[in-house]
Every structure is written in structure tokens, then in C-alpha cells.
Design a protein around this ligand. Structure first.
Ligand code: AMP
Length: 288
């Protein structure tokens, strides 16, 4: 496994055999089984797998969050080596954003919904760094988790709009046994908060069940989540959302296209996000 901070090393390795397909898994490190599931899928679908580890300062709107973000490079590299990764890029902020850096990539309206409203500038940071990663690695496929569903939608939009020549592959959310979505931030939960955190997924499951039983009124479904989350001691809702899958605008009524149901909740003081997809429904025509 080649580990480097230098763009030239990445390019040399990536193009040493131009016939091979490369899969790229972008991460911010502090790796867990969720990240490794992306690596495993990339391993299956490509001859070579590359991983980037970079805690991207420009996607953090809160400096304390950036400061507190967990980091464990030796542990990460050991896991990636065991997972059969070929190439790891571990740039620092100075390599990624050298002096006089001026260029940013922005997906417009979609980036301002939900996470974008709560964290202004967040997606501008994400799309800028992911564009750089795509240009440096030029992978055939790039792997992202459904856990960050808005990120997936924003990156898919960017790839289509800017004609990046690669496939965005979305991998399912990996969860702990009690349903809590795996996240690098979970290590910051106190014991009491960790005990309450599974309520997030339970509230999403309540929506899935109601939608499955035929409920399509979005406010009823949002209220269901609020009621479930109200039982979590010390939890504060940032948002509960039932939105259209393409633009993530809030819905009144879920139509045949289905919806994305997502939440962000502060649990003592860690901000957790999670989501489920409410699948499209076949349109039933009235019988004549
Ligand atoms: P991060 O290091 O948090 O930026 O995450 C890197 C990638 O791993 C992103 O595409 C995330 O969506 C994905 N990821 C994070 N947590 C999970 C999870 N629990 N299951 C699947 N993918 C995940």
C-alpha cells in the first residue's frame, strides 16, 4: 500500500497502468466499519482502490467542530492495509489549499437546503475538495455513503453539471446493533447520550412503517419523528425533513417519486444526522 501526501506520487501510481480501473473512497479519517464497507465495495468493482484521508477545514463552519474532529492516522492506515487498499492520499491543509488559493466549486440551491442551511458554506467546501480529489485521482468510480444523503445528491449534481467522467456509487448506511448509524462523531457521545442516540433511527423507522402503510402526508410523518425524538432525554432537534429526492425541498404530500426522510439532532452536544429513503410508489390508476 502506497501512502503519500504528494499529488505527483498519486498521479504516477494511478497512471502506472492506464488500463486498470480505479475506485476512490474519499474520507476524513477516524475510520470505522461504515468507511470500510465503501472500501469493500470499491474492491469488488475495481482493479485498484484509492482512499483519501483529509479533514477538510473549509467544510467546517464551526472551528470548535473542526478542532474536536477525531483523528487517528496510524489506526486508519492499519485498517486500510488490512482491507487491501492500494493507494492512500493523506494531504495536509497546506498541500490542499496552498497560499493564494482562490478557486471554489458550488452547487447552488440544493446546497442551501437542510445541512446547508444548518451549516452555511459546508457543501461549497465539500464540492471544492471532492472536485480536487476527482481531478487528482481520475477514478472510474467514486464511493459515498447514503449516511450523508444530501452530500450524495449534491455530488451527483456536480458530476452531471460539470461532466466529471466517473460513476458515483452510493453504499448503504452501516449501523451499530441498536440501529445507531456509524459515525466518526459517535466516539464523542457521553454514555448517557449514546444510550439515547438509537432513537434517531427509531424515529426514521416509524416513518418508514407509516409510509409503508399508506401515509403520504408529509407533516404527519414529520410529527411522528418529533414525537419519537421527544422521548430522547437531552436531545434537541435541528431539523426533521420529508423532502423531494432531487432538490430536497420540503413536501406537503409525497407523490409517486417518493421522498428522502432525514433528521439532524443534537445529542449532548454532538450533532448526529441520519436518513431513510421512502421509495417511489407505483401509480395506481382508477379502474374503469
Ligand atoms: P467521512 O469520513 O465522515 O467524510 O465519511 C466518508 C464517507 O464514508 C462518506 O461518503 C460517508 O457518507 C461514508 N460513511 C460515513 N458513515 C457511514 C456509515 N455509517 N455507513 C456507510 N457509509 C458511511
Amino acid at each position: 500500500m502506497i501512502v503519500t501526501t504528494a499529488v505527483e506520487d498519486i498521479r504516477k501510481t494511478r497512471w502506472s497502468d492506464p488500463m486498470l480501473d480505479w475506485g476512490l473512497v474519499p474520507t476524513m479519517g477516524a475510520l470505522h466499519a461504515g468507511h470500510l464497507s465503501l472500501v469493500a465495495q470499491a474492491r469488488q468493482e475495481n482493479a485498484r482502490v484509492a482512499v483519501s484521508i483529509f479533514v477538510n477545514p473549509i467544510q467546517f463552519n464551526d472551528p470548535r467542530d473542526l478542532e474536536a474532529y477525531p483523528r487517528d492516522l496510524p489506526g486508519d492506515l492499519a485498517q486500510l492495509k488490512a482491507a487491501g487498499v492500494d493507494l492512500v492520499w493523506t494531504p495536509g491543509p497546506a498541500e490542499m489549499y496552498p497560499p493564494h488559493y482562490q478557486t471554489y466549486v458550488e452547487v447552488e440551491a440544493l446546497s442551501r437546503q437542510l445541512e446547508g442551511a444548518a451549516r452555511p458554506g459546508h457543501f461549497r467546501g465539500v464540492t471544492t475538495v471532492v472536485s480536487k480529489l476527482f481531478n487528482v485521482f481520475q477514478p472510474q468510480r467514486a464511493y459515498f455513503g447514503q449516511k450523508d444523503i444530501q452530500q450524495v445528491q449534491v455530488i451527483k449534481r456536480m458530476v452531471a453539471d460539470l461532466n466529471f467522467n466517473l460513476e458515483v456509487v452510493v453504499c448503504p448506511t452501516m449501523r451499530e446493533a441498536d440501529g445507531l448509524a456509524m459515525s466518526s462523531r459517535n466516539v464523542r457521545l457521553s454514555m448517557a447520550a449514546r444510550a439515547e442516540a438509537p432513537r434517531l433511527y427509531r424515529s426514521l423507522q416509524a416513518v418508514e412503517a407509516a409510509y409503508g402503510a399508506g401515509e403520504t402526508d408529509a407533516e404527519t410523518l414529520r410529527q411522528l419523528m418529533r414525537t419519537e425524538l421527544a422521548q430522547a432525554t437531552g436531545a434537541r432537534i435541528d431539523y426533521v425533513s420529508i423532502a423531494d429526492p432531487l432538490m430536497l425541498a420540503e413536501l406537503d404530500e409525497i407523490d409517486a417519486a417518493g421522498a428522502i426522510c432525514s433528521i439532524a439532532v443534537f445529542v449532548d452536544p454532538v450533532r448526529l444526522i441520519d436518513n431513510v429513503i421512502l421509495p417511489p410508489r407505483p401509480i395506481t390508476l382508477p379502474s374503469s
